[in-house]
Design a binder for this molecule. Structure first.
Ligand SMILES: [Zn+2]
Length: 147
């Protein structure tokens, strides 16, 4: 959608679901049933991808932390988390449900964080310096777990 709409969603909670519904997911859209704003409670996560047993297409839950964090200032910061990271998880879960591509959780995270970094390095996504730093830190951490 637009930067203006993102800024409005940041300020006005009632607008957040409308805003989430308007975000173009691109090629990843087929891996997601719904992107749902979930405004209750404080969470450690910005968003999670989950797949209830009755459905074979994942849902992404977006928490209020996304709209409150000083790291998520512009729409591209959110798109980095949602499109470049969380959609990778949606695809992973989608494929797993179909008996394909079962990887371990660390490899799953690495794939998602590396995809975020790749979009930034190739100038497809412009994120806040804090978010970039966070992504690089997570990649290092998961790489050290993995070795
Ligand atoms: Zn992740």
């Amino acid at each position: 959608m637009t930067e203006k709409a993102f800024q409005r969603a940041k300020k006005e909670e009632y607008f957040r679901q409308t805003y989430m519904d308007s975000v173009a997911l691109g090629d990843g859209a087929r891996y997601v049933r719904w992107v749902r704003y979930y405004g209750f409670g404080d969470t450690d996560n910005y968003m999670i991808t989950c797949c209830p047993d009755f459905s074979s297409i994942p849902t992404i839950l977006v928490f209020q932390k996304v709209f409150k964090s000083s790291m998520i200032r512009r729409e591209d910061d959110l798109l980095s988390l949602l499109v470049d990271h969380e959609l990778i998880h949606a695809k992973q879960i989608y494929e797993e449900k179909r008996g394909r591509l079962k990887k371990n959780p660390i490899e799953n995270e690495l794939e998602a964080y590396r995809n975020q970094l790749e979009a930034i390095k190739s100038n497809r996504r412009y994120v806040s310096p804090e978010l970039l730093e966070d992504i690089e830190r997570k990649i290092k951490a998961f790489e050290s777990f993995n070795s």
